[in-house]
Design a binder for this molecule. Structure first.
Ligand SMILES: [Fe+2]
Length: 254
């Protein structure tokens, strides 16, 4: 059994297309998305349509913000949420009954997303098992033993997969954090409990502009980095009022 686990697509259609082609070549059995399909990027609808076919998509804080309001968001992120909601309410570039029916399906999909999933020995969330849509777990949190103890106690099984920070890497119960580079690109599950950040498809922030996701065969996590058409991704912003900064940061991977 092989899973592709993606997260934080953020309306970046060119990145998602490249990742879907890479997943196709990896011969996986199922695709799981840890949330934030929308927000920041100019192609929320197209990314949601792709996610409809996944085995499971979880609720991210950006879907939560589209549904219930952008609480705690910075100005640029809030602007993007307001635009995304408007875009999904007004049918976008497609006219007529088809657009209305399709968008109703997308709203139903967003409204149906769960915050977490437990599948045998593995847990799946957007942000953290303690607070699935809101809490960030950054590399420096490994020095906060109280926080890490509580987070590791918040899930059952061998590993919990998450996204949200857009920074890939693996935390273990002994307060360590290793990046995919530290790991040589693969992480074999051991006896220690692990918290595995799968990185971001559509807005990587670890200094590598390539899209990031993982393949998981229930023993080993393999990080994948995928080049995509950055010019097209940046160009997609020009037909929207989204802040230019959100396009610029894609080139830097920050
Ligand atoms: Fe995100």
């Amino acid at each position: 059994m092989r899973q592709a686990i993606v997260s934080d697509i953020h309306g970046n259609e060119p990145a998602l297309l490249a990742v879907m082609a890479d997943i196709e070549a990896q011969k996986v059995d199922e695709i799981i998305c840890l949330g934030d399909v929308v927000g920041y990027g100019p192609r929320p609808r197209q990314c949601l349509v792709t996610a409809l076919d996944y085995k499971l998509t979880l609720l991210g804080n950006h879907e939560e913000a589209v549904l219930f309001g952008a609480v705690g968001f910075n100005d640029k992120a809030r602007k993007a949420i307001d635009w995304t909601r408007e875009e999904l309410l007004t049918g976008g570039s497609m006219d007529g009954d088809d657009a209305v029916a399709r968008d109703r399906q997308l709203w139903d999909f967003i409204g149906s997303l769960r915050k977490s999933e437990q599948d045998g020995e593995f847990a799946y969330v957007h942000g953290s098992p303690r607070d699935p849509t809101r809490e960030y777990v950054f590399a420096q949190d490994r020095f906060d033993q109280h926080k890490m103890n509580e987070i590791f106690a918040s899930f059952d099984g061998r590993a919990c997969f998450m996204g949200h920070t857009h920074i890939p890497g693996v935390f273990e119960e002994d307060y360590s954090f290793r990046t995919p580079r530290d790991l040589g690109g693969t992480y074999p599950l051991g006896r220690k409990k692990a918290l595995i950040n799968v990185g971001s498809v559509g807005q990587p922030r670890d200094g590598d502009a390539r899209a990031c996701y993982v393949i998981f065969d229930f023993e080993t996590v393999s990080y994948r980095r995928v080049e995509y058409d950055l010019d097209r991704a940046v160009g997609d912003f020009s037909s929207t009022p989204l802040p230019a900064y959100l396009a610029r940061r894609l080139r830097e991977g920050k």
